[in-house]
Design a protein around this ligand. Structure first.
Ligand code: ME8
Length: 560
């Protein structure tokens, strides 16, 4: 037998699979980009990593939406899935799989899981009565619904207190999953894995919800009502509940059902599953209970993020209060949108989407910060970037002209320290599932580099050299060049490190920057992101005199 070990298990990242009942909005783009950045970060670190995204195509919600569109469900889903696929491509998502719950392999996986749950005694049949929300695809207990006025119709309807979505009374025979039997096991698991969910507040919410008690879960509906879904394999008069069907996708994509011990080869267990806070209960209570019942390992971690709002109202397909992500990507560019979404997107707290903010972030961070630093270095008239790099790469410490007591020493040492600490600081935040903080920390260093350059003013040294004059604290022409080159060297190093570490966030712009700096293609990994890592990181590709001066971040269209 071949038992795969952790060495062969790729790092596995997932997004939720999205409902195809309506077009994607910026919230979906955000989840995709977050997941992609986390995956690409692992690739940067030399790991094999895989990313899964896809579409959730069964259930009452899709059945009703397709009927409303006057379409059969399958062609309706085909169209919807295509749009999400296009979004992934347009956003430069490096997804390795795009799963659709209508894929035949997924149907087989769900049927297999059902058989197993049934054989193990976790499924029973009984009458179910309760309030069902089609929009949320879930039953709510009596305590979680209330009577509200539905403004468009003037009717009084029952609705979920949590989501505001209308619920309808349903009374039917269906299959149940013994969720209540997993209360203690789940609580024990949470206790042993206190960092299972990021952020902590969501971990606490889950623990308190489970502590309060769990009811068994209805996991099928009569096929007469729910026609669009996977039939219960042992009883075609019933159709499998969409959330049981949907959650299994994460396993299907990793090759489930697995031969014993071979789940690692396909990536299971997932290393990080990314979800919006709206689907916490399904992923962090139901999903681990299903996995426990199937005797499968649980995902290692969850990242639950907050929502984008528009005008402070949740961006949601059901209300139409949305930003079209295709328009935004066209208008601002893919990398700018990826930057904005990571920089401003909420993990703990909701973030309000605003075109003005996109323009501000672009101007401050990309044009003013990164673009400006690049232009100042690569277009500098008085120095030779390549000479500066060649002079100090590999052994900057002993070659430094700034020994103890030099007037510039403390500013230089401070900046060196930033460069030394930066890679690990960024990595720590990425590993803590805080890409927003990682990016902000990185950008703070770019701003610090611009301030450093401003304060050290290598152009003054260069101007002095040109005129044959020496600026203060410079002893000779050679010393002037030496000092100037060192300042340039450290600034280029900041650009190189930033360029390497920005690749997961802005793949195209980071590549352009690294190309401009002459960094060899095979020297762009996280291991290379170290101050003066090596004598040769491909600098020979850099033209003598300066970098390939060019505009990294052109003025936005909206400026002209
Ligand atoms: O819930 N801000 O699909 P869905 C940020 N099919 N992210 C948002 C958002 C917002 N305003 N609105 C949506 C489903 N999202 C199920 C999932 S998984 C087995 C099944 C993102 O199309 C966020 O990731 O309603 C949220 O969890 C997801 O889209 C919900 O997408």
């Amino acid at each position: 037998t071949t038992t795969a070990t952790d060495d062969t298990k790729p790092y596995y990242v997932t997004t939720p699979i999205f409902y195809v009942n309506a077009a994607p909005h910026a919230g979906h783009l955000y989840t995709m980009v977050l997941a992609d950045v986390l995956k690409r970060w692992q690739v940067l670190k030399g790991k094999r990593a895989i990313l899964l995204t896809g579409t959730d195509e069964h259930g009452m919600k899709i059945q009703q939406a397709s009927a409303k569109a006057g379409s059969d469900p399958k062609p309706f889903c085909d169209k919807g899935a295509d749009i999400f696929k296009h979004l992934a491509a347009r956003a430069e998502l490096s997804n390795d799989h795009f799963i659709r719950t209508t894929d035949p392999a997924h149907k087989e996986a769900v049927e297999y899981a059902w058989h197993l749950l049934n054989e193990r005694g976790y499924i029973y049949q009984s009458k179910h009565e309760g309030w069902y929300s089609v929009s949320d695809e879930t039953f709510y207990p009596e305590s979680q619904v209330h009577l509200v006025l539905d403004p468009p119709t003037g009717r009084k309807v029952m609705a979920s207190i949590e989501t505001g979505k209308e619920v309808e009374w349903t009374s039917e025979i269906n299959y149940h999953f013994r969720l209540s039997a997993f209360r203690d096991k789940l609580l024990a698991y949470y206790e042993e894995n206190p960092d299972w969910i990021t952020p902590q507040a969501k971990m606490k919410e889950v623990v308190s919800a489970v502590s309060a008690g769990l009811e068994d879960l209805s996991i099928s509906r009569p096929s007469s009502r729910l026609t669009w879904g996977i039939r219960v394999p042992t009883d075609p008069t019933q159709t499998i509940y969409v959330w049981l069907d949907a959650l299994i996708n994460y396993a299907t994509a990793a090759g489930y059902p697995w031969a014993p011990g071979s789940e690692h080869a396909g990536g299971w267990p997932a290393d990080v599953q990314i979800i919006g806070k709206d689907i916490l209960r399904f992923h962090c209570i139901y999903w681990p209970a299903f996995l426990m019942a199937l005797d499968l390992p649980l995902p290692k971690r969850f990242l639950t993020h907050a929502h984008w709002t528009l005008g402070k109202q949740k961006m949601a397909k059901s209300t139409g209060n949305v930003v079209n992500p295709f328009f935004a990507l066209d208008r601002f560019g893919t990398d700018t949108m990826r930057y904005y979404m990571i920089h401003d997107g909420g993990i703990d707290n909701d973030a309000d989407y605003d075109n003005i903010h996109i323009i501000e972030r672009y101007k401050k961070g990309l044009q003013g910060g990164l673009g400006n630093l690049t232009a100042r270095i690569t277009r500098g008239k008085g120095w030779d970037v390549r000479r500066a790099i060649e002079r100090f790469s590999g052994d900057y410490k002993s070659a430094s002209p700034f020994s103890q007591g030099h007037a510039r020493k403390s500013a230089i040492a401070e900046f060196e320290q930033l460069l030394v600490e930066l890679p690990q600081a960024v990595n720590n935040r990425m590993e803590a599932l805080r890409p927003n903080l990682a990016l902000k920390g990185l950008m703070d260093n770019i701003y610090a580099a611009n301030a450093f350059l401003q304060a050290q003013a290598p152009w003054d040294i260069a101007a002095g050299l040109k005129k044959g004059e020496l600026v203060p604290n410079v002893s000779s022409k050679e010393d002037a060049e030496h000092q100037m080159d060192y300042i340039i060297f450290l600034s280029v190093e900041m650009l190189r490190l930033a360029g390497i570490m920005l690749q997961p966030v802005m793949p195209a712009k980071a590549k352009q920057l690294l190309d401009m700096l002459g960094v060899a293609d095979d020297r762009r990994g996280f291991v290379d992101a170290q101050l003066s890592a090596d004598k040769d990181y491909g600098v020979s590709r850099l033209p003598q005199g300066k970098g390939q001066a060019g505009v990294l971040f052109a003025p936005l269209m909206s400026d002209s």
